[in-house]
Ligand binder design. Structure first.
Ligand SMILES: NC(=O)c1ccc[n+]([C@@H]2O[C@H](COP(=O)([O-])OP(=O)(O)OC[C@H]3O[C@@H](n4cnc5c(N)ncnc54)[C@H](O)[C@@H]3O)[C@@H](O)[C@H]2O)c1
Length: 262
């Protein structure tokens, strides 16, 4: 089923009725699709992104369809801003049930041409940002037995040539997910990672093989089917974040057309 707009599918259910969600990266791509999916299923959704106008546009899209959403500009690499963001969400919605760490950056490059600045930026956005938000959100998630979904990647499961910095950052995010799942699972908070392969979003243009790349080294990452749409990943995130997935904790779930199957 191709669900372009979940608001057109009331039969999807209301798994998030009465719940509050914070979604980063909500200006576009997977984050936007996730915010819309959770809202269509009843959640109050806070849309956060470095692109504040884009986040506001997503929130407007949701409110125009009769659901509840707010938005703000945030740089997830700033721990003070992350604390402030979670406080704003809790003040507005009365608590927090779902944290979706979707914001991310990435790109491919010959590793010998990689720079410390780019490496540090990927670690900051893809690993440190989610860490700051998890720490800020966990006291509230513990109160409501909520959960966290971290958007990793196939690059968090397997190595990918010419993507050393991105792979390092997404493996770090998977490690963070597993450690938190162990530490907080018995207290009722689940933490999981969703790992897509090729999704039709803006970031994909950064992953073209660099000039002179050996195609034999990257053929394994090629998909067996066409690229998926962000709504496909949003549907998996919605399942993982819902109470239906009550026994899913510390899971690293691939949605990649089989890329990491072997
Ligand atoms: N598209 C794919 O093929 C693919 C595959 C696997 C994983 N992912 C991951 O999915 C996530 C979403 O990416 P997407 O594909 O939707 O691409 P995207 O570029 O459309 O979305 C990424 C969003 O993150 C935001 N962002 C970047 N830096 C930020 C910061 N410092 N603070 C707050 N927001 C910031 C951007 O403004 C953008 O809206 C990323 O973590 C990405 O690594 C994407």
């Amino acid at each position: 089923m191709d669900i372009k707009d979940p608001f057109d599918h009331p039969d999807l259910g209301r798994r998030f009725s009465g719940k509050a969600a914070l979604v980063t990266g909500a200006a576009g791509g997977i984050g936007r699709a996730t915010a819309i999916r959770l809202a269509a299923e009843g959640a109050s959704v806070w849309c956060a992104d470095l692109d504040g106008d884009g986040a506001a546009a997503t929130a407007t899209y949701i409110t125009e369809r009769g659901a509840n959403a707010r938005s703000s500009q945030v740089d997830v690499t700033d721990p003070v801003a992350c604390n402030g963001l979670v406080s704003s969400v809790v003040a507005a919605f009365g608590g927090l049930d779902v944290l979706g760490n979707i914001a991310g950056i990435g790109g491919s490059r010959h590793t010998l041409e990689e720079t410390p600045e780019r490496f540090q930026a990927m670690m900051a956005v893809n690993a440190a940002g989610p860490f700051y938000l998890c720490v800020a959100a966990l006291p509230h998630l513990l109160e409501r037995k909520g959960n966290i979904v971290n958007l990793a990647s196939t690059a968090g499961i397997i190595g990918q040539a010419y993507c050393a910095a991105y792979c390092a950052s997404k493996h770090a995010l998977v490690g963070l997910t597993r450690a938190l799942a162990l530490e907080f699972g018995r207290s009722g908070v689940r933490v999981n990672a969703v790992c897509p392969g090729g999704v039709n979003t803006g970031i994909i243009a950064n992953f073209a093989p660099p000039e002179g790349a050996s195609m034999s080294l990257i053929s394994r990452s090629f998909l067996t089917r066409d690229m998926q749409e962000p709504e496909s990943v949003a549907a998996m995130i919605a399942y993982v974040a819902s109470d239906e997935a009550y026994y899913v904790n510390g899971a690293v779930l691939s949605i990649d057309g089989g890329t990491t199957a072997g």
